[in-house]
Design a protein around this ligand. Structure first.
Ligand SMILES: Cc1cc2nc3c(=O)[nH]c(=O)nc-3n(C[C@H](O)[C@H](O)[C@H](O)COP(=O)(O)OP(=O)(O)OC[C@H]3O[C@@H](n4cnc5c(N)ncnc54)[C@H](O)[C@@H]3O)c2cc1C
Length: 447
């Protein structure tokens, strides 16, 4: 029986989960079960797959196995931008290939609609999801050039946008740091941990859908016409299994040496006092993505956790999927420095949380998605935009596994190439790390 080699690991506690009220996790699997569909992993892909399966086959039994508690992994560690527009991380300004960009926009919007429908159907709290649009913030000349070039690309795609000058940026965020911004209307911004928690809890409140947390899959094998999947204390026999574990699909023995694992890092301040909020100025909630993809993402939130700022920057390439324990100490210093440069009036405000999380990319920017073996499906490798692309992967894998002939919710989904093989080591790691260092150095004030 193939063994699953690795358990998920990320460093630090995600502020997004920490500021939420305590939640009672579902029990771990401690029995032998049978079901129609087993979904492994309860992130964006796994939860979207479970929801789509229940839409297609309301009578089907669906079991979800999550290695940790819901939102402890990357799904609850990200910056929460569900972006509709081209978001090619490898390009200077996010612009991709125009012919594919139009299709990608339609797919991303279908995923955002799927999320918005869940929010409305199950009645999530307002702060879980907001269709607010986003701003690509430019701190220097280079950033402004990226915004100009991205705007030309949006014009060619006939997509609306608006330029903001330095004073408009200051009115929003309270800081003089930014020279300008490019606002686009179609992005939704989520409180990621609240969104995935709410979706998991809503799905498992339905008869026929069960979630077991703290239940890492350790072994799986084909037995007759079904799959047998084992955790330490239980097993599930299922007709069809969907692996929605993002980069950890490698630990199941698939796509080895075809996936790149990038760690991103974020910090969240403690709650700001009324005096600090007044000193900061600006509006209550906003979200800036960097005009240079390697730069800093910054958000201000003001919900049940009070007013806080979150900054995300720095990224590292790891061939091994694990991180040195002391990595966060250096990153926390970088976060402090880049935060203080933007918000000198908040120098005394401590960062309460600092954490890491993983992205999974392929060299040719494709999903690791499809039927791996009869009845075994993959919904992995979201290429950086996991909130939307993970949702798409989950929907598509569910539709494939179900085999129903209803029209797809993602009608434009193209046939997928395989993720390309990585370069041999040590060249892959050396090359990826050098490229990241060069891009971070070039980013200057955008970082
Ligand atoms: C700091 C940061 C900022 C980011 N910002 C954004 C952003 O603004 N917008 C955006 O779109 N994306 C962003 N991302 C990326 C996004 O978080 C990921 O792409 C997304 O979470 C991928 O979703 P997923 O469901 O495919 O995988 P994951 O969220 O990784 O979920 C996979 C789940 O599988 C579980 N699992 C793994 N192995 C097993 C096993 N053996 N048994 C059972 N369960 C298992 C894991 O515990 C995990 O919960 C960011 C990421 C980070 C770290």
């Amino acid at each position: 029986m193939p063994r699953v080699a690795l358990k998920p690991a990320d460093l630090g506690i995600s502020g997004w989960s920490a500021v939420l009220p305590a939640r009672q996790a579902q029990a771990a699997l401690e029995q032998d079960l049978e079901c129609d569909y087993l979904v492994v992993g309860a992130g964006f892909a796994g939860l979207s797959a479970a929801r789509r399966l229940r839409q297609l086959e309301p009578r089907a039994s669906v079991v979800l196995l999550e290695a940790r508690v819901v939102a402890a992994g990357p799904a609850g560690r990200n910056s929460g931008f569900m972006i509709d527009l081209p978001h090619a991380l490898a390009s200077g300004s996010y612009a991709g290939d125009s012919s594919q960009d139009l299709r990608n926009i339609r797919m991303n919007r279908a995923a955002i609609d799927f999320a918005a429908n869940a929010v409305a159907e199950f009645g999530f709290a307002d702060e879980a999801f907001e269709a607010s649009g986003k701003i690509n913030a430019a701190a220097g000349r280079l950033g402004n050039e990226h915004n100009q070039s991205y705007a030309r690309h949006l014009e060619a795609l006939d997509e609306p946008f608006e330029f903001l000058d330095a004073s408009a940026m200051r009115d929003i965020c309270g800081s003089d740091y930014y020279l300008g911004g490019l606002r686009t209307p179609g992005t939704a911004v989520i409180q990621p941990a609240l969104y995935v928690r709410s979706l998991a809890d809503a799905l498992t409140a339905q008869a026929g859908c069960r979630l077991f947390e703290n239940s890492p899959v350790q072994e799986f094998s084909r037995q007759g016409d079904a799959w047998m999947v084992r955790t330490e204390t239980g097993s599930v026999r299922a007709q069809r299994v969907l692996l929605a574990v993002n980069g950890l699909i490698e630990s199941f023995g698939y796509y080895r040496r075809r996936l790149m694992h990038i760690n991103l890092y974020a910090s969240m301040t403690r709650e700001l006092t009324a005096v600090e909020v007044a000193a900061l100025g600006g509006v209550e909630r906003w979200g800036f993505t960097p005009s240079d993809p390697i730069g800093s993402t910054v958000r201000r939130i003001d919900g049940s956790a009070g007013p806080r700022l979150i900054i995300r920057n720095r990224c590292t390439y790891e061939a091994s999927l694990s991180l040195p324990e002391d990595r966060l100490r250096q990153i926390a210093r970088d976060h402090r420095r880049t935060f203080d440069a933007r918000f000198p009036m908040l120098r005394s405000v401590a960062m309460e949380y600092c954490w890491s999380g993983r992205l999974c990319l392929s060299r040719n920017d494709v999903w690791a998605l499809g039927e791996l073996e009869p009845g075994l499906f993959s919904a992995c490798c979201q290429n950086g935009l996991g909130t939307t692309r993970g949702t798409i992967a989950g929907i598509i894998a569910a539709e494939m596994a179900s085999g129903r002939s209803e029209p797809s919710l993602i009608p434009d989904f193209p046939p997928q190439a395989q993720p390309q093989c990585l370069f041999p080591e040590p060249f892959m790691t050396l090359g990826a790390r050098s490229l990241i260092k060069l891009k971070e150095w070039r980013a200057g004030r955008e970082l």
